[in-house]
Design a binder for this molecule. Structure first.
Ligand code: AMP
Length: 392
């Protein structure tokens, strides 16, 4: 078991918390502050316990000097201050005297946010490449390190693995909650257990399918990835998304698990993304049809199977949900699941955005905050940002 923030005496200590403040920003405004809100529990706990709180996060990618202008965490410091109802000291640098003096002048219960950790990526990817010296330097600024950024836990960066390797470390409440929910579903799901997979490519979901196929009762496949499976079965899928390099994997899975893998029977198709839409059965597609959402019969078929299940894990949208006319499948299954008492875990990334944006933020057992990280956990991989944390 990993140490958690509750295993430390934080009073008067300089506590570095790696949070995930990687929020979408457009025209200088935060579009969605869910990630900031998700980190409040850990931050408030540290404040209540009398810590000197030092927050670190990345924001976007920094490849060019001018990327710094649009990826400063200053705007996040302002929003955090509103949410905490408390002053947040923002330091617009990631190293040096200004930062060190500000940290040394902190009082118990003060909160400081340092500038975007990825500003250190400009000269040789020091943050993203987990530069040894940078990890050591950042660790020297604090007494205790708490990792609460689940969305980057599958990466080995200076601001997670680097610092944790050089300080006593624990996980925060957000990561604790993610691990508990995701591990429970992998190791001890209440059967029958269905996995819903969607999204663009089969390739990205091969690891999850391999890890969960023997642990679940059904894998329901929608989204772009369904059409590589259907093509493998001999259907003409027209101009739908095809992942040629995964065809032999699909064939193998269909041969071994034909009763477990549930595929669409009909789809919403169009000749082009913004063209007219038609509902077609699997055997009715023309060569120039693109299948962009599951059809009504498939929605009913999926609901029928889910109805018999107690646990559902969902990763990947069932159609090109960014356009309203291809979002029906994803919306209807969300709506259906939101009205049941089943254990429903929504993976991070696009599926989480769909669930939140379509109004189901509070309707499920758990919505993961990490796309890549939740996928890697479901693949059975070890996440370096968590693995590095001290054991109890
Ligand atoms: P992923 O990151 O692999 O989960 O893929 C998510 C993306 O897959 C989203 O941008 C969806 O719009 C896209 N997607 C879902 N269904 C389809 C489809 N039938 N055809 C093309 N793209 C799709």
């Amino acid at each position: 078991m990993k140490k958690t923030i509750e295993d430390f005496d934080l009073s008067g200590k300089k506590v570095i918390i790696r949070v995930d403040f990687n929020v979408p920003i457009k025209d200088g405004k935060i579009q969605d502050d869910n990630r900031i809100i998700a980190s409040l529990k850990t931050i408030n706990y540290a404040i209540d316990k009398g810590a000197k709180v030092i927050l670190m996060s990345h924001l976007g990618r920094i490849k060019l000097e001018e990327d710094k202008n649009t990826n400063s965490l200053k705007i996040v410091a302002d929003r955090l201050s509103e949410l905490l109802n408390k002053k947040v000291i923002f330091i617009n640098t990631t190293r040096g005297n200004l930062l060190e003096d500000a940290i040394n002048n902190l009082n118990s219960k003060d909160v400081l946010l340092m500038e975007n950790t990825r500003f250190e990526d400009l000269n040789g990817k020091l943050e993203s490449g987990n530069d040894n010296d940078l990890g050591k330097y950042w660790a020297s600024l604090g007494d205790i390190f708490i990792n609460d950024a689940f969305a980057t836990a599958h990466r080995s960066h200076a601001s997670n693995v680097g610092i944790a390797s050089n300080l006593p470390s624990g996980i925060g409440f957000l990561i604790q909650n993610e691990i508990e929910n995701l591990n429970k579903i992998i190791n001890n799901p209440k059967r029958p257990f269905a996995v819903i997979l969607g999204g663009a490519k089969v390739k990205d979901k091969i690891g999850v399918i391999k890890n969960l196929i023997n642990k679940c009762d059904y894998i329901l496949i929608g989204g772009g990835m369904a059409y590589t499976f259907l093509k493998t079965l001999g259907f003409n899928v027209g101009a739908s998304l095809i992942d040629d390099e995964s065809k032999s994997f699909c064939l193998d899975m269909l041969n071994k698990y034909k009763d477990k893998i549930i595929l669409p029977v009909d789809s919403i198709v169009s000749k082009e993304l913004d063209g007219d839409i038609t509902l077609k059965n699997n055997n009715e597609l023309d060569n120039d049809d693109i299948a962009l959402d599951i059809g009504d019969k498939t929605i009913d078929k999926f609901k029928g199977i889910l109805n018999n299940c107690n646990t559902i894990m969902w990763n990947g949208p069932l159609g090109y949900f960014e356009l309203d006319k291809y979002s029906k499948g994803t919306k209807e299954i969300l709506e259906y699941l939101s009205k049941t008492n089943k254990e429903v875990i929504i993976g991070g990334g696009d599926t989480a955005s769909a669930a939140i944006n379509f109004g189901y933020k509070d309707s499920f057992t758990h919505i993961s905050t990490g796309g890549g990280a939740s996928l890697e956990l479901l693949e059975g991989k070890v996440l370096p940002g968590i693995d590095v944390i001290d054991e109890k």
